[in-house]
Design a protein around this ligand. Sequence first.
Ligand code: AMP
Ligand code: MN
Ligand code: MN
Ligand code: MN
Length: 276
Amino acid sequence: MFNADLHCHSNVSDGTLTPMAVAERAKANGVDIWALTDHDEINGIAAARAAAAALDLRYVSGVEISITWANQTIHIVGLQIDETNPQLLQGLATTRGGRERRAREMATQLAAVGIPGAFEGALKHVGNPDLISRTHFARYLVEIGRCVDTSEVFRNFLTEGNPGYVPHRWATLEQSVRWIRGAGGLAVVAHPGRYKLSSLAFGAFFDEFKQLGGSAIEVITGSHTPDQYGYYVKVAVDYGFLASRGSDFHSPTESRVDLGGLPPLPDNVTPIWHDW
Ligand code: AMP
Ligand code: MN
Ligand code: MN
Ligand code: MN
């Protein structure tokens, strides 16, 4: 099997390992082609590319952009991007921009339910001060013993209807696809099975993504159940999308799926790497 892992995170966003350590783990786990896709941030790419070259690991530049569509947060992965493209850099900087204010509001809410100091606590887990995320708050809540693991955190805090949830407006779908394509990249819908959209809304979303020039969807991801693999194979075939595969690895102790540890893409879809 050709082992592609085209979605994962380093401590430049909300992963716990450095880009170099992620590269080493990918190599050790038998990954043949690898992309680091930090949230809204390309600052890990230079180190990731250098580490991959030293390890003789094929490397593809990547990013995972947060967008808001129909009041839902959705993630769009960009692959094979030119990370020096000025419009992409500007767009990502704007997307990151509201994170600190949002984090302060999250901390205010948590303080109101008896968890003081969460902003400072989350910051201790942050590798890149520009990118404070819910994951860093989750690690703090585990650190202080409020929850046993980050999954328990996301079931009880930081998500819609729970303390610490602050609605946020990210980039638009149109912007994310324009920035990625403008930087020579391919746009991919990350973990589609995670979004709570009706089937009608999903249809509208995929139609719009296709029409904007989106290329692919993740079919095999750490976020999908085996049933969902089959469902998104059908979506890829119906819409003519290429299929991608990525673990969404964040940390050796938190991630359910390790780098390179997913089943192969089914035969009846075209891999996004088919002509690389
Ligand atoms: P943010 O970009 O600050 O909204 O944080 C989003 C990140 O939180 C995602 O990329 C995941 O790493 C993590 N996350 C969100 N929901 C969950 C969940 N239910 N379980 C585990 N991690 C989650
Ligand atoms: Mn994440
Ligand atoms: Mn994501
Ligand atoms: Mn991700």
